[in-house]
Design a protein around this ligand. Structure first.
Ligand code: PLP
Length: 387
């Protein structure tokens, strides 16, 4: 799981006292992104907009840039950040609760598509356009009920508009020619495998085409089918089947339609490691614990998802306390029993001074974490490229 490049670098960081660290293998990221792009390159294949919120670090964005068609941003902050990192990138701006200032910024920075989340947002955008005289292309964000059982996260609730609410957009659009309706956006769930994604895409297309027909929409149409491609932290070698999804979803496209997806986690998660070291090993009430430098204030992922973060132990021949052939719970330095990276996992041997490299740390890791809790030092960040 740990790549040679990352392991060598981790050893060097340990020697310099620079752990914990987020270490990214940009060569691995490039290779993965190229594979995804190849799988999605035939006729009818969807465009790829990387969802920046998964990991907006500049080296990540710049590495992905040649392999994606654009970037999806979900706030004014992300918008300004991505525009600065990638001045020429095509941008789509989504997310609930957009303020007038954010909408104005989107117009100013040349966002290609705004994904409108409510009739009120649509009417505010219309009045901004009336004052500025600008025009903009939009998609309406659809919130379809339907069966999302088995998904990691169903994006129902406040996101987008259900089939009743979306009706209120018709009048606003009719009276606001500066907003050009290009089609429908729907991000309905995350954690779907390829066939689940295809089924969901089919559902979105059927609903969207019928609705656009009914309101008399003419011209080329776009369907943004969302992100949420499955990532399996319990079996990291099982990857989303991009080839199958690419082939099957391309077959759904009709002439005159552009399909688009906006994956985040499934693109960047495999390229990052949170690397740290073992500070203590002990047994309490029959359970073995390894206390690691750092904690879930740097990588909240295992806490939010309630999973064991996959990891490798790199032995460094320390002579401190050790445990061998037992199940061990890996915890951090926080004074809370919730600070757990991985619970009761079988390990060969863990010794004070060993390195622990948590893989699948390239998405929703540092940037979703509560960094300042307990005021421990921040991790260092390394973006490695092949020599
Ligand atoms: C978070 C999000 C995505 C990306 O989801 P992943 O699970 O990271 O692929 C895409 N679109 C929208 C609207 C989102 O909120």
């Amino acid at each position: 799981m740990i790549t040679r490049l990352v392991e060598d670098h981790a050893q060097a960081l340990a020697g310099k006292g620079e752990l914990p660290a987020f270490v990214y293998d940009l060569a691995a990221l490039r290779e993965h992104a190229a594979e995804v792009k190849t799988a999605l390159s035939g006729p009818g294949a969807p465009e790829i907009f990387y969802a920046a919120k998964a990991n907006p670090d500049v080296p990540i964005l710049r590495t992905l840039d040649p392999y994606v068609d654009g970037i999806e941003v979900a706030s004014g902050g992300e918008l300004a950040h991505v525009r600065e990192a990638l001045p020429d990138a095509r941008l789509a701006f989504g997310g609930p609760g957009k303020t007038d200032d954010e909408l104005r910024l989107a117009l100013e920075l040349g966002v290609e598509r705004i994904h409108v989340e409510s009739p009120y947002e649509l009417s505010r955008l219309a009045s901004i356009l009336r004052t500025t005289g600008q025009e903009v292309d939009i998609l309406l964000r659809l919130n379809l009920a339907g069966d999302r059982s088995g998904v990691a996260l169903a994006m129902n609730g406040p996101f987008g508009m259900d089939p009743d609410l979306i009706e209120s957009c018709i009048d606003i659009l009719t009276t606001s020619p500066q907003m050009r309706l290009r089609g429908i956006h729907a991000h309905l769930a995350s954690g779907l495998d390829a066939s689940g994604m295809v089924a969901q895409s089919t559902e979105i297309l059927a609903w969207g085409r019928a609705w656009l027909d009914r309101i008399g929409h003419t011209g080329p149409r776009e369907f943004n089918l969302g992100g949420g491609m499955a990532v399996d932290y319990s079996t990291p070698e099982t990857r989303f089947d991009w080839k199958q999804y690419g082939t099957d979803v391309a077959a759904l496209a009709e002439p005159g339609e552009t399909l688009r997806i906006e994956p985040g986690r499934s693109i960047s998660v495999y390229a990052g490691w949170y690397v740290t070291e073992v500070l203590d090993v002990k047994k309490a009430h029959g359970e073995w614990y390894a206390v690691l430098r750092g904690g879930t204030m740097h990588i909240r992922t295992p806490v939010t998802k309630q999973h064991n973060q996959p990891f490798d132990v790199v032995n460094r021949n320390g002579d401190g306390p050790a445990v061998a052939g037992e199940t061990v719970t890996l915890v951090g330095q926080l004074c809370t029993p919730k600070d757990v990276f991985a619970r009761a996992v079988p390990t060969d041997r863990v010794t004070v001074g060993d390195l622990v490299a948590f893989s699948m740390s390239g998405a929703y890791a540092w940037n979703i974490s509560h960094h300042d809790f307990l005021m421990h030092p921040k991790p260092t960040f390394r973006y490695l490229d092949a020599p």
